[in-house]
Design a protein around this ligand. Structure first.
Ligand SMILES: [Zn+2]
Length: 408
């Protein structure tokens, strides 16, 4: 017999309407939502187990579209990561996925980890062996020699260990895309430009040619996979958008042409404001290298301007945090909601970016992202109303994933 649950919601944001609905009931059978009604019309609850969240604010399970399982806020994680073994990275990754889950993120798209540790964590959670979020993973990210994915700093040491997999030219990159998909990647993540935390790469400089990027995107498309590019600088963003990338991650230096192209192509922007913010605010205390702090500062100022312009022009914004980067720890990344409102989103827009829009980016909007009949029962709750005080988003107090309660 189906297990039946009714959740009484004091306030409800369903992901579809930009409004707070009061005194609603969500009916669930097994792992799916079967009905949503006002409490006044809900009738009696015979046969239902009732969960009383009548003093809480209920939303769809949150979605973080960008993070790393192998790091947890270390001052210079990309430098220390290559000294860890893959089994160690995998065990750590599981803990990180669980910490993110317990903050209300029932879906977590990660953004590149070593040795397919992310694939192992995803599979173990999907098999029911461990508690955790719905994970969507890329395996190692892909980049060029000397680029943001290339952490082989010493020319005399060769190892497969690196932040990502390195290739040059369309043929090599095509092979690498096939390789990551063969070994379990759900989607393809590549590096179009330099980064903040990799030594020696210039922040905005393009690191893959248009032909290389187009090959990555078209190969991924052949397998039905979406693509995401790490990109700060405008030229790297533009070539990736022209090549048909699904989302631009960070996108810290957007000019008008970038924005026009992104609107025209329907490209998503995953701004990860918290990543640069934390490096700028907390970096000097604990010795983040000065070159990295300087890169982050320049990026953050440009980011706010580009973000605002893009949002105004209609660029789709999906919530992502780059959790794992310096001082950006798993379980605390909901601080991004506050930063999104500081950058100019309304609380409703910030909530939508982490629910409906994020599910559309992941092409999973048929099953998650909103509270609707037929979708998975991924439901979370907060002790206050984020449309009045966005800070409550860091205080998730109830988690249901796939109809099962993990926190109450
Ligand atoms: Zn990242």
């Amino acid at each position: 017999m189906a297990s039946k649950t009714a959740i009484k919601c004091g306030k409800l944001f369903d992901g579809n309407t930009q409004a707070v609905q009061k005194d609603m009931v969500i009916f669930i059978e097994d792992n799916k939502i079967t009905d949503i009604q006002p409490l006044s019309k809900a009738g009696d609850f015979a046969g239902y187990e009732v969960i009383d969240l009548s003093d809480k604010f209920v939303t769809p399970g949150l979605i973080d579209c960008h993070g790393h399982l192998g790091m947890n806020g270390e001052a210079n994680g990309t430098a220390t990561m290559p000294y860890e073994t893959i089994p160690k990275a995998t065990l750590k990754g599981l803990r990180m996925a669980q910490a993110t889950f317990m903050a209300g993120f029932t879906t977590f798209r990660t953004s590149g980890d070593v040795g397919f540790s992310d694939v192992a964590v995803r599979d173990a959670i999907n098999a029911g062996e461990f508690v955790g979020p719905r994970l969507m993973v890329p395996g190692p990210c892909i980049g060029s020699t000397g680029g943001h994915a290339d952490t082989h700093y010493n020319p005399y040491i060769h190892t497969d260990w690196a932040l990502g997999l390195v290739g040059d030219g369309p043929d090599e990159l095509r092979r690498i895309v096939r390789y990551v998909i063969k070994h379990g990647a759900d989607y393809v993540k590549f590096m179009s430009t330099g980064g903040v935390m990799s030594l020696g790469t210039t922040l905005g400089a393009q690191q893959l040619t248009y032909d290389e990027i187009r090959t990555i995107v078209e190969t991924a498309e052949m397998y039905g996979c979406i693509t995401a590019t790490h990109a700060h600088g405008t030229n790297g963003i533009k070539d990736a958008v022209r090549a048909g990338v699904t989302s631009v991650e960070h996108g810290m230096i957007l000019d008008d042409e970038c924005i026009e192209l992104m609107v025209e192509k329907g490209t998503y922007h995953v701004p990860t404001i918290i990543a640069a913010h934390q490096i700028v605010v907390k970096g000097p205390e604990i010795g983040v290298p000065e070159w990295a702090i300087n890169k982050a500062k320049i990026a953050l100022d440009a980011h706010q301007e580009g973000f605002r312009k893009g949002h105004k022009a209609g660029v789709k914004i999906a919530f992502g945090t780059d959790v794992g980067t310096p001082f950006n720890t798993h379980g605390d990344q909901a601080y991004e909601f506050e930063l999104l409102t500081e950058f100019g989103l309304t609380p409703f827009e910030a909530l939508t970016s982490a629910t409906k829009t994020a599910s559309e980016l992941l092409r999973k909007d048929d099953v998650i992202g909103t509270l609707e009949v037929g979708k998975y029962a991924d439901v979370v709750a907060f002790p206050g109303d984020p449309t009045e005080d966005i800070k409550v988003m860091t205080q998730c107090c109830f988690i249901m994933k796939d109809g099962k309660v993990y926190k109450s």
